[in-house]
Each structure stands twice: as C-alpha cells, then as structure tokens.
Design a protein around this ligand. Sequence first.
Ligand code: CA2
Length: 148
Amino acid sequence: MTTKILVINGPNLNLLGTRQPEIYGQATLTDVEQLLAERAASRGLQADCRQSNHEGEIVDWIQEARGGHAGIIINAGGFSHTSVAIPDALQGVALPVIEIHVSNIYKREAFRHHSRISPAAIGVIAGFGIAGYGLAIEALAAVLEEAG
Ligand code: CA2
C-alpha cells in the first residue's frame, strides 16, 4: 500500500493565482496540488491535499491524520501567526510535520515574522514560491526514509 501524507493549505490559499501575483506567483491551488501529486508519486508517496478557511476543520484533519497518514505538510496561511489550536493539534498527533510558506515571511510585515506552527515542525520552507511544496515533499520523504 502507498504511504499517504496529508497536505493542508489554510485560509485564502484557494485564491492562489487570482490576486497578488507579485507575492504568491501565478500558479493556482490546482497547479500546487498537481505538483504535489507528481512529486509525491516520484517518492512512492500519495499526497492527500486539502484546503480550508476554517481553523476547526484543519484541527479535525490533523487529529484524524494519526490513523492513516505518515506525515503532514502544512501551509497554515494567516493562522500560522495567530493559532494556538493548530500547533496544539500538530504536537498532539506526533507525526513528522514540514511547514511551508509560498512567500518569504521574513521579508514581509513584522506580524508575519513569527509562526506559531514552527515549534511543532521539523523544519520550515519559505520564499521559494510553489516550488516549496516540492521541496517539502523531498524533506518529508527523507525524514520518513530515515525513520525506516
Ligand atoms: O506565504 C505564504 O504561504 C503565507 O502562508 C500565505 C498567507 C499569509 O497570511 C502568510 O503570512 C504567508 C496568505 C495566503 C493568502 O493567499 C492569497 C493568494 C492570492 C491572493 C490572495 C491571497
């Protein structure tokens, strides 16, 4: 059976490719999900891609991941800077987590410089556009291989 990983995109990431291309690029969320599916398959993984604008739904998905997913890639969008519940859920589920941001959050407004997700993550990828999702797959695949 193929190893499944959960990929969560948070609030407003459904708008990728529709506005602010100078920050987030031209690619749409559908493009991102295609990239993820292809890169995951190349590493023998299956990407289960979801997007939600609702914090509680994201918490539910993280809790449910314990059953059938080997790891989590998350771009929590604006919740990265505000949420307590999402990092609590990530700590609680005890799966390997890679955090990703499309933009370089450290080059932007000060309120984006701190992510509450990062302490629950193995590592963070930021600023490489949607290519960062591919890098996140590589990072998670390496972690899973290392863990055997
Ligand atoms: O750079 C990232 O990936 C972010 O997680 C994106 C979030 C932002 O709040 C974080 O600080 C950094 C926002 C996602 C909104 O995406 C849009 C895309 C196109 C048009 C409007 C919003």
